[in-house]
Design a binder for this molecule. Structure first.
Ligand SMILES: Cc1cc2nc3c(=O)[nH]c(=O)nc-3n(C[C@H](O)[C@H](O)[C@H](O)COP(=O)(O)OP(=O)(O)OC[C@H]3O[C@@H](n4cnc5c(N)ncnc54)[C@H](O)[C@@H]3O)c2cc1C
Length: 429
């Protein structure tokens, strides 16, 4: 009997690729018409867009390895500049051509838009994190951490808060300092390339789901789209998966649905109740993407630009990245006042901010807002994230929410899928 993977997001795809690579028969069930989950291609008004602009960084070790396995040359599909942070109106930081962490230290010294005392204070902060072996015990909020290290309002506005929102999708006063420090450690202290930005030049479907699907089927696996698994039950020799298309039996199951769907599937398995309670306790944070179409000649000075003291946090130039000339993607991570606005008003506000800060026309020609209300779990201090292994042998949990020292990201999703595949192989007779 083969293995079932339920859910074709990046976690489920990572698991299925890894199993298929080992010639383990695998069937992947996905309820939607396409793979990718929360990082997927969407078609709107004849345009190919993403459900939300995604960025990867060089520290996404396992994601990069997975892309290589399925035959993706990351440098062909991503624009990969060394770390560059530009936040309007004045901040500019570019990593120096030095080994880590000196690349960032010298980059900070040469940065523009903050006074020298702030640059030194940021360097002292990073050095203190390293001296403390990147441990925050007991865990508390990012705001408390920044206050303890006397980071100035300018540093917070231009550097730490944008990084916290982008990486943890949780406001600094709520976000886990430990997870934030984990991200700083891996991005800035491991190797110079770890902080490299990887900005997709292709839609998210082409980045992983399409080549992964090809890899899985070429290695004998099955992919069943439009098949929602309603319930998983125990049988004498494995698991029965029930859907409106009938029942199918499998020896082992990797459940890779988003955390807020796990109970629907596994709620009837009594040994799992403590794990399900832990998952049900997770809270969620949104991510809004506002697409604004301007004349083809409109460009940003750099494909990814931060804005400060605005609802808009980052704006990406899709023309420079993927040839969609004049198309801007404005990102608003985590909860905030924007959630109360109707989509048309939010798009108008984003356009107004691009007009005031970057000199864009007052109005865009065309707009589209995509609101992912439960984009990620809220990355709160001391969060108890469930393990990939469950109390039921042969049943595994994959997803960005499972135990990992990263926040909810493509990397944590991929790591969880690979870990499930590895644990499953170890458990095989
Ligand atoms: C707008 C947005 C922007 C983001 N930006 C970034 C970024 O820049 N960088 C980054 O690293 N991360 C980013 N993230 C986070 C990242 O997208 C997620 O962490 C990751 O995609 C989660 O993958 P997953 O496989 O764990 O879950 P999901 O992607 O949620 O996959 C679960 C899959 O299960 C399927 N499913 C659900 N129920 C069933 C069922 N009953 N039967 C069968 N299938 C089912 C779903 O349709 C889905 O395809 C962003 C997320 C969003 C929403």
């Amino acid at each position: 009997m083969s293995v079932a993977v339920i859910g074709g997001g990046w976690a489920g795809l990572a698991a299925a690729v890894s199993l298929a690579e080992q010639d383990i028969p695998v069937t992947l069930f996905e309820s939607a018409a396409q793979l990718g989950g929360r990082a997927r291609r969407v078609a709107i008004n004849g345009l190919t867009l993403d459900n939300g602009q995604h960025i990867l960084i060089g520290a996404y070790r396992e994601t990069l390895r997975l892309l290589a396995i399925v035959g993706v040359d990351v440098h062909a599909v991503c624009y990969a500049p060394s770390l560059t942070l530009q936040v309007a109106p004045a901040f500019y930081l570019s990593a120096a051509a030095l080994p880590a962490p000196w690349h960032l230290g010298f980059g900070l010294l040469k940065s523009r838009g903050i006074p020298l005392r702030d640059k030194l204070s940021a360097i002292r902060f990073l050095a203190a994190l390293k001296r403390g072996v990147f441990r925050v015990t007991p865990d508390f909020s990012v705001s408390t951490l920044l206050a303890q290290h006397r980071q100035s309002p300018a540093l917070n506005d231009y550097l730490w808060h944008p990084l916290c929102l982008a990486a943890l999708n949780t406001p600094p006063h709520l976000a886990s300092a430990q997870v934030f420090v984990n991200v700083l450690r891996d991005a800035f202290f491991s190797a110079r390339d770890a902080s490299r930005l990887l900005l997709p030049r292709v839609d998210l479907g082409q980045l992983l789901p399409d080549p992964a699907a090809h890899f899985i089927t070429a290695h004998g696996g099955n992919i069943r789209l439009n098949q929602r698994i309603q319930r998983v039950a125990l049988t004498d020799n494995g698991f029965a998966l029930h859907s409106d298309q009938g029942m199918a039996q499998f020896a082992q199951v990797i459940c890779a649905v988003p955390p807020f769907r796990v109970r629907d599937l596994l709620g009837q398995l009594p040994p799992l109740q403590p794990v399900l309670d832990r998952i049900s306790a997770l809270q969620y944070q949104p991510i809004y993407t506002v697409y604004l179409q301007y004349a083809a000649s409109m460009r940003l000075p750099f494909p990814m630009l931060g804005l400060s003291k605005t609802l808009s946090q980052w704006v990406f130039d899709r023309g420079a990245l993927s040839g969609q000339a004049g198309l801007m993607a404005v990102i608003i991570s985590a909860e905030g006042a924007h959630e109360a606005l109707p989509h048309a008003a939010l798009a108008e506000q984003a356009a107004r901010e691009l007009h005031e800060q970057l000199g864009f026309p007052v109005q865009a020609n065309w707009t589209q807002v995509i609101a992912e209300k439960r984009a990620t779990f809220a990355c709160l201090p001391s969060l108890a994230r469930p393990d990939n292994l469950t109390p039921i042998p042969g049943l595994f949990l994959a997803g960005d929410y499972t135990a990992c020292d990263y926040p909810a990201t493509l990397e944590s999703a991929v790591r969880s899928g690979l870990q499930c595949a590895l644990a499953l192989q170890k458990a095989m007779p």
